[in-house]
Design a protein around this ligand. Structure first.
Ligand code: NAD
Ligand code: MG
Length: 397
């Protein structure tokens, strides 16, 4: 079988690292066409030494020159380029079979959309891209014949529970239930949440992830984005998507059918399982993921989520029902608010307030092109930055 060529967008991140670990175990099936990173030049250099990609992409000209010099000095022939156009190029080049979309946030949208427009197999981790551009993205994938395989663990679980003969076919689905670990603050009081630090918010009980998604998991915004993601991926309306807290993160999500059957996918929480599934689908790869032994757990728990302590989930449902550009505003405001929290400018509990206040500015107009989405994203970032300032003053009081 010919080697399949991969572009890993966000190769130095948590999902990128897990992806390369799976690829490393299967050199007879996969090779790397391109690796990309924002600014982690040393890490990218080490990855280039190991995987010898044709291209490596970074964000600035200065970093590109530095990395190119390092590679030449080591007689590695990888060519270095930089910036958004270079990301689009490596996501859509003819030689590429599979694109792993693992850049965090809106920065990943143009390249992920380019992969959808050019008929690639896309391993989608970058949920923000789909939250921002759902309709446009799904239509582009349909038009080009791109194979969209979710690697967000919940959506990968749902995909695995859908009928193999008709994935993405929702007529017989009564409800999709996304499981949520509850994050580091599941049992904490509203008062406690007022004073939590970025370190506490990033200490996820079950998953080791990038800082932004870790904060999103602590606020439950991550689950909110996953509701929007599930809506677009599986054509299921908001009222048929439920969320349940499952602290052990063993049941990754469930699909309930009209005959009363409920199908779930289980496994230890390790991103290498959904990544391996999506890389080889419909075949299965071997991984070194720790095997699930249910007797070690004894019991699995499920509980309802408290909307008063975790208002971000309701905001996501509201944005989905509202449609138009609401999800774009929600995502942009969240990126600004989470970054302000990580920089210790605002309280953890201000994040939801900033999202709510930004959403008040919703334009009902649906942005129908990438340019329109990016313009609305910029507008929302400016509004959210203003609102962050008000909450900064509150913190100084
Ligand atoms: P991370 O912060 O660990 O890695 C992000 C990657 O994106 C890095 O390689 C970084 O260099 C790159 N990047 C960041 N900003 C960039 C920019 N402006 N331009 C170009 N590249 C940029 O994040 P992660 O935890 O790996 O998450 C990546 C995506 O996958 C997110 O959308 C997240 O929601 C999703 N996801 C992650 C997990 C997980 O277990 N980590 C699970 C499900 C979904
Ligand atoms: Mg997830």
């Amino acid at each position: 079988m010919a080697l399949r060529q991969l572009t890993v967008l966000g190769a130095t991140g948590s999902v990128g690292t897990s992806t390369l670990d799976v690829v490393r175990q299967h050199p007879d099936r996969y090779c790397i066409y391109a690796l990309t990173a924002h600014s982690q030049i040393d890490q990218l250099f080490t990855l280039c030494q190991e995987f010898r990609p044709k291209l490596a992409i970074v964000s600035t000209a200065k970093d590109a020159a530095k990395l190119q010099t390092q590679l030449r000095a080591s007689a590695i022939s990888t060519e270095v380029s930089y910036g958004p156009q270079a990301l689009i190029h490596v996501a859509s080049a003819d030689d590429v079979d599979i694109v792993v979309a693992a850049i965090v946030g809106a920065a990943g949208l143009p390249a992920t959309l380019a992969a959808a427009q050019t008929g690639k197999r896309i391993l989608l981790a970058n949920k923000e891209a789909l939250v921002m551009s759902g309709q446009l993205f799904m239509q582009a994938a349909k038009n080009s014949g791109a194979e969209l395989l979710p690697i967000d663990s919940e959506h990968n679980a749902i995909f695995q529970c859908l009928p193999a003969h008709a994935p993405y076919y929702s007529k017989d689905i009564e409800e999709i239930t996304l499981t949520a670990s509850g994050g580091p603050f599941r049992t904490r009081s509203a008062e406690y949440l007022e004073t939590v630090t970025p370190e506490q918010a990033c200490a996820h009980p079950n998953w080791v992830m990038g800082r932004k998604i870790s904060v999103d998991s602590a606020t439950m915004m991550n689950k909110g984005f996953e509701v929007i993601e599930a809506h677009w991926l599986f054509s299921v309306p908001a009222q048929r998507i439920a969320v349940v807290i499952h602290p052990q993160s063993i049941v990754h999500s469930m699909v309930a059918y009209t005959d009363g059957s409920v199908l779930a996918q289980l496994g230890n929480p390790d991103m290498r399982t959904p990544i391996a599934h999506a890389l080889a689908y419909p075949e299965r790869l071997t991984t070194s993921v720790r095997r699930l032994n249910l007797t070690q757990y004894g019991k699995l728990e499920f509980e309802a989520l408290d909307p008063a302590r975790f208002p971000c989930l309701s905001l996501a449902f509201d944005a989905l029902r509202e449609g138009g550009g609401a999800a774009v505003l929600l995502n942009a405001a969240n990126e600004i608010a989470v970054s302000a929290f990580l920089n210790r400018q605002i309280r953890f509990t201000a994040i939801a307030k900033i999202l709510y206040q930004t959403l008040l500015h919703t334009s009902t107009q649906t942005p129908e092109s990438l340019d329109a989405i990016l313009a609305l994203d910029q507008e929302a970032r400016i509004k959210a930055t203003d609102i962050v300032r008000q909450h900064q003053y509150e913190m100084c009081d």
